[in-house]
Design a protein around this ligand. Structure first.
Ligand code: ADP
Ligand code: MG
Ligand code: MG
Length: 196
């Protein structure tokens, strides 16, 4: 994920330049570099410990709206995984569901408002369907990433109702949401991580 945020930071910042304040790529890159640093100095025992470390880094190092939102998402995901050492397809779906609930609560956002939720909500539905259908953990994440990509693309037509882009009202239409796009890129990175 940190590598993806590094690779795509200019793209994410360009998207944010159109409807925000041109810092989303910088914010995400800074946050995930901080996560890497935190993990290098830590000795996490479980996936939940890794997610918690990422959460703390994002919350403490990212000033923008996205930092606390993603920080909450990682923390909630850690919460449902508890002490598990190995994650099943159902665990991954549950972790994504918890992440979405955390973001929706923290940001008071619903689908259709041109935010992270518009990528993550369809991703969660796809993950749940894949897990319930007997898919592998890899298939769960791949389904989620694919749905997030489509969800992020669908934000182009939406009018922003939350965050800075909402100040633009109808002028936010016609631009892809930066946060929905980073959600897709993070899930895509998770798939690549599993593929090795
Ligand atoms: P800032 O807007 O503070 O500069 P970023 O540029 O890092 O923060 O993040 C902007 C992204 O945050 C938006 O593209 C949007 O997807 C997401 N976002 C903003 N407000 C909310 C919210 N209330 N709920 C969900 N996502 C939000
Ligand atoms: Mg911004
Ligand atoms: Mg900002």
């Amino acid at each position: 994920m940190a590598a993806a945020m590094e690779e795509h930071r200019r793209y994410l910042t360009q998207l944010d330049a159109a409807i925000g304040d041109a810092d989303h790529g910088t914010n995400m890159h800074r946050g995930f570099q901080a996560a890497l640093e935190r993990l290098n100095g830590a000795d996490p025992d479980t996936p939940a410990d890794v997610l918690k470390a990422v959460s703390m880094a994002l919350i403490s190092k990212v000033g923008g709206a996205a930092g606390p939102l993603y920080g909450t998402a990682f923390l909630r995901a850690a919460g449902v995984l508890g002490g598990k050492g190995e994650l099943s397809a159902a665990d991954l779906a549950a972790a994504l569901e918890a992440a979405l609930e955390g973001i929706k609560q923290r940001g008071r956002a619903e689908e259709g408002q041109k935010t992270i939720v518009d990528a993550l909500a369809p991703a969660v539905r796809a993950a749940r369907e894949a897990a319930d259908g007997g898919g592998s953990p890899e298939e769960v994440l791949r389904s989620a990433a694919e749905a997030a990509r489509k969800g992020a693309e669908a934000t182009v037509e939406m009018e922003a109702k939350k965050g800075r882009a909402s100040y633009l009202g109808k002028r936010s239409i016609g631009h892809q949401d930066p946060g929905a796009t980073s959600t897709y890129l993070l899930l895509d990175a998770a798939v690549r991580g599993l593929e090795g």
